[in-house]
Design a protein around this ligand. Sequence first.
Ligand code: HPA
Length: 273
Amino acid sequence: MVDLNFKYKNLIEKLRAEINVSPDLSIVLGSGLGDFANGVDLKVSIPTSELPDYPKSTVSGHEGFIHLAELHSKNILLFQGRIHFYEGYKLSECILPAFVSHVLNSPKLLLTNAAGGINKTFKPGDLMLAKSFNSFKIWKELTEIFGVPTLEQKNLSLNIPSASFNRQIKAAAEKENIELKDGVYWINKGPMYETPAEIRMYEKLGNDAVGMSTVHEAIFAGVHGIDVASISCITNMAAGILNQKLSHTEVIETADLVKEKFESLVKRIIKEI
Ligand code: HPA
């Protein structure tokens, strides 16, 4: 078991010294929402490179900052830059945004991400609200942090994503006239994109989109009583669905095209919560 309070003691101290309010909502800005921080009133901006023990983000499009922002009279904690398994980081590092949200008493966490569309009715540029998460063994790996579960913990049932938070998000999308698909998000830890055969398997297993983040962050936050939701920007159709190769450039380009719609939705969500 990893004692996160001990492991990140210095980081927590520094954060608490800089951010002395509890956020109303925390948001992990995935591909496509990286510029979101530029359009809001930033009260505090901390480069994660100045935070002791905070992993360095190595992916282009993922700046490393934690901001405290204000919008619609709400305090919002923004994570600009995510920590991924495929960068070689451990689970106890990948869940840091969820852990920090917990430490700062955020009641809600919105996880945003880029994902490949498995559901053939989706198209690049769509936004998908996760109605459920799926993986082969992320839950088992989380025992690295939570310890070996006792019988009661094994029977723990998680309300992730949060049904009530999802309802608020759907209402916000309607008000903003933004179409929001819903579906099941599957995590592939990467670093490689999937093979067409894997995608056919994931489709048969009932998944609608695939990405390389989010599920462990959601479980960690959910276990700590935070209401979690996830919105995916479908940046490409998953491998083999269309007759073309996948590339990180395509992911960044589509995310860029959807940026305005995604930002309007997130701003509306902040207004409505
Ligand atoms: N697969 C996995 N992760 C992704 C994809 C994909 O097709 N697109 C964006 N992130």
